[in-house]
Design a protein around this ligand. Sequence first.
Ligand SMILES: Nc1ncnc2c1ncn2[C@@H]1O[C@H](COP(=O)(O)OP(=O)(O)OP(=O)(O)O)[C@@H](O)[C@H]1O
Length: 262
Amino acid sequence: MGVPLLHIENLGVTFDTHHGLIHASHSVNLTLHAGDILGIVGESGSGKSVSMMAVARLLPSYAQTSGSILYKNIPIHQLNHQAFKAYRGKKILYLFQDPLTALNPYLRVGKQLIETIRLHQKVDKSTAQAIAEKLLAKVHLTQSDRVMRLYPHQCSGGMRQRILLALALACQPEILIADEPTSALDAITAAQIMQLLDQLRKEEGLSIILISHDLPIVQAICSHISVFYQGTIIESNTKEAIIGQPQAPYTQALLHAMHQME
Ligand SMILES: Nc1ncnc2c1ncn2[C@@H]1O[C@H](COP(=O)(O)OP(=O)(O)OP(=O)(O)O)[C@@H](O)[C@H]1O
């Protein structure tokens, strides 16, 4: 199978707060291979976001991270702040839950896109403009002229999520960590965004870690699934094995609950 794109071993996150230590996650092991979509599921507060934010070093300074994080066998957890800048947002990009907070409310969509493209791809303004139009088409936003003139609050939830994906593509990452990208969307728009993620995986060569509460969505597009419970991954396997022969009692309960909702 070759060197994994991302290999996490024994990852743990502890918050040193005024009220004492909070052990948010521990003993997290995970492997992502190129071209895969790995779904991360588990109950609220089980440490999914915190663990993945640790990978992208997006946690506040009072968080302590332990364990090892290998990107193509490079121990990126050992890099200093300056050296890590070559990875965060460039190789590994974290897509936040809420596009409205991730987008700058004061800048038109076009300006945000063009600035991001210029920063990451080192091109002049007119080239960036042309790339922006292509990226908007890639995320299925038509009438790019009109979309580029809008402010984020003038866009629908689905549009904002597509704009965020266009911004992510502008950074040309290899790994996209998508944290509940459809939680604020209706079921049909959510399904469309998920199809788009899968299309971008195929066409842009992205590898994706998808954090989601929505097991049917994870089931539809992920090749592998990891199940979080009480701060750690209790079960990881191919989608077929997790759905067909869940081993951990929590995974069985999760699948049972899902079938009852059908
Ligand atoms: N900045 C923080 N300071 C202190 N504790 C935090 C912080 N962020 C998260 N935690 C704690 O870490 C634990 C794990 O949170 P996390 O957000 O990773 O859960 P999650 O599985 O992603 O949940 P959800 O599905 O609801 O997003 C929780 O107990 C949470 O309260």
